[in-house]
Every structure is written in structure tokens, then in C-alpha cells.
Design a binder for this molecule. Sequence first.
Ligand SMILES: [Cu+2]
Length: 158
Amino acid sequence: MRKSTAATAAVLPLLLAGGLLLVTGCQSEKNALASDKPELSVSGAYLPEPAMADMAAAYLTVTNDGGKADQLTKVTSPLSRDVTLHATEGSQMKHAAKLEVPAKGKLSLTRGGTHLMLGKLDHKPKKGEKAEFTLHFATSAPIRIQVPVEDMTFRPKD
Ligand SMILES: [Cu+2]
């Protein structure tokens, strides 16, 4: 009896520490918190090596494990002084002021779909390089990510 009480006391701080990891996007414990806030994490980001020296695109997924929607409002990067959110409609790209990250859902930026458009490149990114991006949201704190530069033809397997 006494032994198990001591064990419980030792485990408790670990559980608390584990809870803090949720901020960085722990997937497995998402249902333990019935959150009324957005709980965002970013995955699968990549930047295909661009054909041109002055323009590139990047793709990623923002997952929201929380019970409230958020919006991606702005993206910044040392690689590009002009990062814009682009939606694709038919064969046309359209600037989007913000992109919805639905509650308990995902915002997926994919080839042929919504993407990050990078203009005014600092340099032409090469495969193997990583580019830093900071994603800004309406509600959530900014998320900074390192995005790998991939082959021009790279496609993630899903
Ligand atoms: Cu575009």
C-alpha cells in the first residue's frame, strides 16, 4: 500500500511535465483536454527547390486539436521578404488574407491547392537546405518551423 502511494507521488510531476508538452503538439493526449482554445501543430512542411531564382512555394499542414478554430494570418521567413498565402481556384492563384484552421481539423497546403508563395527570395534555396518560417495566427502564439528544401518534383507520401 505504502509503496503504491509513493509511486503515485513520483509519477504526478511527470504527468504535469507531459501536459506541458501539449503546447508543442503532442498528438496522443489531445482527447484528454477538452479544450475551448485552438491547439495547433505543424507537420509535413517542405519547399521544392524552385526553378526560378526569385520565386518559390512551400507546403505544410496545420493541425488543430483544440475545440476552437483559428486563422493563419501571416507567414514570415528570412528566405523571403514577400511571403503570401495563396489559394488556387481553377488554374488561377488568388491571394488570401487569411486561412481558416478549423476546430478539430486541419489546414492543408498542398501542390495544386492552397500554398505559401515566396517572392523576393534572399537566395535560391537548394536541396538539403532548411528554411526557417514563422507562422502567425489570429489567436494562437506564433509557431516557428524549419522547412527542408526538397527536389523540384518531391511529393510527400501520405
Ligand atoms: Cu501562388
